[in-house]
Write a protein that binds this ligand. Structure first.
Ligand SMILES: *Cc1c(COP(=O)(O)O)cnc(C)c1O
Length: 364
């Protein structure tokens, strides 16, 4: 049985008529950038997160982070605390604004180790960024307390965590700004690039809307130097369809994760564990093994696809050589980079496919 790590076609096929209808509606409308669909999506996405939230659609998840951080006034000379085992986009969201990323080791749940955040705070620290990596979530109450105590902004990188919750409250609603990606492989995926910021502060969202469109609030009047990071009507219309099914998407992924949790019993494999109090959405199901590279080859022979999220931690990337970090600086990040492996996890994965993966892992 051939099993890929992800299948992006199945979600489309399941609700094909609705997606096609939305796409045709946009094609026939004669209006393609920042229009009715984007406005409707922004309203719907904000209200999904609760009363009092506002939303700005942007071109992708990285831009959501860049513009969210920029709108908070964070830049040159400032430090942003972020977990060291994240995807590079979290780090670039800070550094592209001129801010310095300060890494913190992850805990055994792959999330920022909350007990180590305060040690990383300096007089230059302006914000803490929490990533909700793999769709899991850390103790957000503790993070909120730390940010309050030290007057720091809280940025949530929710690219992997649409619909995840901490004590019943949605990811993205704890901080000053929640930044989302709708890259096609994300739990809520568009059919191209797309992203969004949400915030309880309407002024911040207004700033992001100005920044995303050349710094203009009113057409051809430019308040600040901005960028072109507009969400298009096609992606917004398709995302409105995808969002109708967020609960279905999440519960299916949680069922697959539960089947893996129960079925995988090989002692050489460490399974992901959500901290109690969290409601994980399993963007990825990430196992760990000290024999990871051998495991990849073994699974490849069985035609089971896997991916490493991520093989090189940001502090050892060439892009961040200027920060002056060395191998050994963040041993947990480095250990995880050598041990993590994402196994197949996608909406539409059959029971037979799940069992095949489980059996293969148990026979390793
Ligand atoms: C995907 C992702 C992003 C960036 O999203 P893009 O839409 O690809 O720019 C940011 N942070 C994390 C954690 C991601 O997984």
């Amino acid at each position: 049985m051939k099993i890929m790590t992800n299948r992006m076609d199945l979600g489309f096929q399941k609700h094909r008529d609705e997606y096609e209808e939305a796409a045709l509606r946009v094609l026939r409308s004669g209006w393609y950038i920042l229009g009715k669909e984007v406005e409707a999506f922004e309203e719907e996405y904000a209200s999904y997160h609760g009363d009092g939230f506002s939303c700005a659609g942007v071109a992708n998840g990285l831009d959501a982070l860049i513009l969210g951080i920029r709108a908070l006034g964070i830049g040159e000379g400032d430090e942003v605390i972020v977990q060291g085992n994240t995807y590079i986009a979290s780090v670039m969201g800070a550094s592209i604004n001129g801010a310095t990323p300060v890494f913190v080791e992850p805990d055994e749940h792959h999330q920022i180790d909350v007990s180590k955040i305060e040690d990383a705070i300096t007089t230059k620290t302006k914000a803490v960024m929490v990533v909700h990596l793999y769709g899991l979530i850390c103790d957000m109450d503790k993070v909120v307390d730390i940010c309050r105590k030290h007057s720091l902004k809280l940025v949530e990188d929710c690219a992997q965590a649409h619909g995840a919750k901490w004590n019943g409250r949605l990811a993205g609603t704890f901080g000053d700004v929640g930044c989302f990606s709708f890259y096609p492989s994300k739990n809520i995926g568009a059919f191209g690039d797309a992203g969004a910021c949400i915030s309880p502060d309407p002024d911040l969202i207004r700033k992001i809307k100005v920044l995303r469109n050349y710094g203009s609030g009113k057409r051809y009047y430019n308040e600040v130097v901005g960028v072109n990071s507009r969400l298009d009507e096609m992606q917004a219309a398709l995302l409105r369809v995808r969002m109708k099914y967020i609960d279905e998407i999440t519960s299916e992924r949680r069922d697959i994760a539960a089947a893996y949790d129960k079925g995988i019993t090989n002692p050489d494999i460490i399974k992901p564990v959500q901290t109690e109090g969290g409601y994980a959405v399993y963007h990825q199901y990430v196992i760990r093994s000290s024999r990871r590279d051998e495991l990849i080859e073994y699974l490849k022979e069985k035609e089971i696809g896997t991916i490493i999220h991520y093989p090189v931690p940001p502090h050892l990337q060439a892009a961040y050589a200027y920060l002056g970090h060395h191998k050994g600086d963040y041993p947990i990040c480095e250990k995880y980079a050598d041990e993590v492996l994402s196994i197949p996890m996608y909406n539409g994965m059959t029971k037979e496919e799940q069992d095949y993966v489980i059996d293969a892992l148990n026979n390793f």
